[in-house]
Design a protein around this ligand. Sequence first.
Ligand code: UDP
Length: 324
Amino acid sequence: MRLLITGGAGYIGSHMVKLLGEGGHKVLTIDNLSNGHPQAVLYGELEIVDLLNYKALEEVLLDFKPEAVIHFAAKVVVPESVQKPLLYYENNFQGTINLLQAMKRSGVKYLIFSSTAAVYGIPKSVPVKEEDPKEPINPYGWSKLFSEQAIKDFSYAEGLKYAVLRYFNVAGADPEGKIGQITKNPTHLILRACKVAMGKLPYIEVFGTDYNTPDGTCIRDYIHVVDLCQAHLRALEYLLEGGESHVFNVGYGRGYSVLEVIERVKKVSGVDFEVRYGPRREGDPPIIVADNTKVKSSLGWAPRYDDLDFIIKTALSWERSYNL
Ligand code: UDP
């Protein structure tokens, strides 16, 4: 298939490009390289295009004529979204609007969209189901929820078929070690802890120890990036087979606390690094774990890497292999 990947030079997008390239698909990545890296794009061409540059975007779509689009390009750092909300609404929401417009102009009928568990805000109950209340607690979550709504309305009006995938905590790297997350200043727990274990950061801080959870630290559902990409592939196949548009949670349905993750990183790396205990980070829900019944039953998604040690092992191997 001819597939356009927005944000294909970023962390998750580049793993998707690899998976699709290995499957023999013809992929074109568009990325503004604000957070992406050209060397991460292992298959197909890369065009440096910003979704906010509508003319350039439309030109690429008219020229490449993709059969489907997988839309990853977005700003994704929650605390930054609180500081710079308009940056998030512009990039994530306006960017999606432009993409839909260009898809309409070029006749693309299928879209897979990267959404997030942040649309649920602080869940009333866990595991969280797709139909549970959507009450984001930061601009990042809102920018994704608004985008979901725009996609849904556009689909109704124009006949677009879509799958919205709400990601839980994505981590790990390509098991072959060819790509991984490239960032000097990660905010995410597993990557930060791996950098500490490698001596690239001095210590890990635990943000809050007084949550209403068994050990007082937040619980998250960590999912390996390749399993997440497999869910995209399954969603695409499902739509092409005539499946209806739907929203899917993508997580393993099991949570680990911050302290459990840190202990596992110590064990897998063999390094007993320094841990500091600090105050809560603004906007962190105590527990988020996916109810993944729908993605498993409707898409037949069968995760291969549901193993926290494996996730950490691949993240550590990747950290060892590059110098940032
Ligand atoms: N966290 C932490 N120390 C860090 C990074 C994260 O204690 O250096 C905590 C964070 O407060 C949250 C959990 O780890 O409770 C997962 O955070 P992350 O940023 O990885 O993902 P999020 O759930 O915010 O998307």
